[in-house]
Design a protein around this ligand. Structure first.
Ligand SMILES: [Zn+2]
Length: 107
């Protein structure tokens, strides 16, 4: 099976055309599709940090965060048929989401 390689118009990576939609590679499509959830995740995460310093109950926020992470997982699974790949991408998105707080905190 031959597949032409094209450059993703977002990250510039060379990917098989079969993996692209609208000139975007799978990674970039996943990243874009969960962008709003990732922002929501970051917002909740900051809120939890704030509450924690006030010794407030953070249990409920923890559940909200878990729910956002579930939704990210579902959205990725809908886009990625390969289960292993979907898990990898979810892991990456979660790491990025959780890592965001360090960036924000450091400002
Ligand atoms: Zn890309």
């Amino acid at each position: 099976m031959t597949s032409i390689l094209i450059f993703c118009r977002d990250c510039g990576k060379q990917v098989p055309s079969s993996e692209t939609r609208d000139g975007l590679c799978l990674d970039c499509r996943v990243r874009r599709s969960v962008a709003d959830l990732r922002n929501e995740h970051a917002r909740l995460w900051r809120k939890r940090e704030r509450y924690r310093t006030q010794n407030a109950n953070v249990e409920q926020i923890g559940r909200q965060i878990a729910r956002v992470e579930d939704r990210m997982g579902q959205r990725i699974k809908e886009m990625v048929s390969n289960e292993r790949r979907a898990t990898e991408l979810l892991k990456r998105e979660l790491e990025a989401a959780r890592g965001q707080r360090y960036t924000i905190k450091g400002v």
